[in-house]
Design a protein around this ligand. Sequence first.
Ligand SMILES: Cc1ncc(COP(=O)(O)O)c(C=O)c1O
Length: 324
Amino acid sequence: MKYYNNIIETIGNTPLVRLNKVNESDALVLAKVETFNPGHSIKDRMALKMIEDAEKDGRLNPGGTIIEGTSGNTGMGLALTAIQKGYKCIFVLPDKQSKEKMDILRAVGAQVEICPTNVDPDDPRSYYSVSKRLADEIPNSWYVNQYDNPSNSVAHYESTGPEIWEQTDGRITHLVVGVGTGGTISGTAKYLKEQNPNIKVWGIDAYGSVFKKYHETGEFDKNEIYSYTTEGIGEDILPANVDFSIIDKFEKVTDKNGAIMARRLAREEGIMVGYSAGSAVAGINQLKENLTKEDVVVVIFHDHGTRYVGKLFNDDWMKEQGFM
Ligand SMILES: Cc1ncc(COP(=O)(O)O)c(C=O)c1O
């Protein structure tokens, strides 16, 4: 018989799929489709790793409560692992996140707390502050902090990077990744650049985020910050998990272009994935002059499109945003 002992053993080993219709460049563009993970996102990988590392060094103890400020996908990964291991979960979400993401977390047994999006990170109402306060107040709890938790990028160094190297037979020339906490891009790029330092690493950023300007000038410019509809990428802080030295270039993609490309991926490729996947492919097309037919581009598709059915896959929402 061939079976897994529990659902978390199915994490990883996701397929690479060629993009045939939406790619405007001359390169071979391959999508690492992370929706095949049991929580339907890449975050399952780092959630498992963060929990296992916290168990090993005693930050997380039997019967404990896992607390995290999460836009949804990390919460799902943490919840699936917590179910297997007997932990409780409390997740704190900014109110711009889709209702589907909140309901999905409740469906897997988590308590969900909602905070305002448009407040400073150090405001006591922000989801960063509320997560920290709950962790101080609740006994036997552990604040995960995916932004600064090194296990986040190590998970990708140990799994995502080696998988891509093996699946492309070492022929990858470019890695393209939407950047949020930075765990995916930093860990995956570190492994790949150790195999071949010539691989180019492009980070996809949102308008309203600080990353691109910080990378180019070293300046953390608060004037770059405003709220935007793209989900999962861009930040108003500099997470420890973003290794700016390993990223060759940041490209910003508008909310509109990311949403339109996510819809095209569903309709033209049959790959129903989230907002940041749309942004990443739109970013590759923006940079197509830098690519030749010899190049092999791997782009990460972080999460599943079902989480956006009330948003970018909804025509009324698209019209309200002025995207259609
Ligand atoms: C949908 C989606 N895309 C991209 C990212 C960015 O990944 P990372 O946090 O590893 O930089 C996230 C992270 O929250 C996400 O949820």
